[in-house]
Write a protein that binds this ligand. Sequence first.
Ligand code: HEM
Length: 221
Amino acid sequence: MDATAAATPFSTLIRTASHEQHTEAETSTFMSDLLGGRLGVDAYTRYTEQLWFVYRALEEGAQALRNDPVAGPFIQPQLMRTTELERDLAHLRGTGWREGLAPLPATAAYAARVAECARTWPAGYIAHHYTRYLGDLSGGQIIRDKAEKTWGFTRKGDGVRFYVFEEISNPASFKRSYRELLDAVNADDLEKQRIVAECKQAFALNTAVFRELGEVFPLSA
Ligand code: HEM
């Protein structure tokens, strides 16, 4: 890391370093088709299923990391999404939503990496935490709006509860506090570089899921 990078707040460093991967994920064919209203609710459902596998790994991992000196400060109950995803899935798939539910290979790989970080490398877990939760609080709101309009979900209701953080009344101020946590992360410069690399990996894992979803749901038009 050069002197400039060392002086840059970590929240800026991680955002800047993952910018290119963000654009790639955002403009993936599957995301573009989904947000462009060109796919059916079955594609949205399949995507939500994938999220369930990822958040289960994130949030099972979170329990064990609650008191960890590095990852602990990031674990906040108001972020937890598993319950919301399960309500959405019950709405989308019916009460037997769990039957026959299986992750795509890319999703299984993503969830396995999150679980591995949670178990063996708390600082790496932060990279995954940041990539998902800060994204959900940002672009996630755009996805919710499109989903409501495209498939007729009740505003902030069943089907899109994943995107609604009931206990975060001011997302902008929450994100500011989150960035302060990043800036104060209990890691030296080398470890920060490793976290940034893991964040890029986290984006790549998301893009791989989109790629597989795109194969399952090629544009029907
Ligand atoms: C079409 C899909 C997406 C859209 C429209 C979108 C849009 C946005 C926007 C507008 C912001 C900036 C918000 C702000 O500065 O407060 C943002 C931030 C972010 N997004 Fe996305 N995004 C999308 C997909 C994703 C995906 C797939 C991920 C990763 C899984 C992701 C992760 C993030 C993260 C981590 C941030 C926070 C950056 C930071 O301020 O440090 N986004 N997104």
